[in-house]
Design a binder for this molecule. Structure first.
Ligand SMILES: [Zn+2]
Length: 203
């Protein structure tokens, strides 16, 4: 099971990838003199990082019951719910509804993808990806991300195991995040320079 660090990186990647989709996204821009937080996409990007970690909230309620872990919260049903909830929030905030809904749903769905790609040595292995349509468990068996442990986390062997997993998640996901950042900066900078000229033309 990948760690929250890997999941959060994937959530940020989802938000920045969504910003590359053409359309109503000028509101995602910030001046290059703005803070890093604003340039990174403010609370919505942070929200996507949180959404990508959120499915593991089931561990809080079922800490030592692996039967309940990776069920409802790790499913297309939950992705759909997140998309609809985000759409409602976007309506309230007067933001592009489809864009925000899709961005949030994809950020949440990255968690499912990364868990599916990760190693899982404890039955039932995988996740109930298609809940509520099916209760079958799915896993890729590709073991792209290493097995982690959440018991005896203060023992030397477990600390080593988890640190190694975190290092591997960062090694895989950080280059993707950095690449998306650099492409996004260029794409949104183009939009920012378009805005004044468009305003000017409208006068
Ligand atoms: Zn998970």
């Amino acid at each position: 099971m990948p760690t929250p660090i890997g999941h959060a990186l994937a959530g940020v990647a989802a938000a920045w990838a969504a910003d590359l989709v053409p359309g109503d996204r000028a509101w995602r821009t910030a001046s290059r003199f703005a803070s890093w937080y604003e340039r990174a996409g403010n609370g919505l990007t942070l929200g996507c990082a949180c959404l990508a970690v959120a499915p593991d909230i089931d561990l809080v309620f079922l800490p030592f019951n692996s039967e309940g872990h990776r069920t409802v919260t790790h499913s297309v049903g939950a992705v759909l719910f997140v998309g609809l909830f985000a759409a409602a929030m976007a309506v309230r905030a007067r933001r592009p509804v489809a864009r925000v809904a899709l961005m949030c749903a994809v950020a949440y769905a990255t968690h499912l993808l990364i868990d599916w790609l990760g190693a899982d040595n404890f039955p039932p292995r995988g996740l109930q990806l298609l809940w509520p349509f099916s209760h079958a468990w799915y896993i890729s068996d590709w073991d792209v991300f290493r097995q982690t442990a959440r018991r005896q986390i203060t023992s030397g062997a477990i600390i080593r195991l988890n640190l190694l997993a975190i290092a591997q998640e960062i090694a895989i996901l950080l280059p993707i995040v950095v690449a998306l950042w650099s492409v996004r900066v260029k794409a949104l900078a183009g939009l920012a320079t378009e805005l004044p000229s468009r305003d000017h033309a409208a006068k």
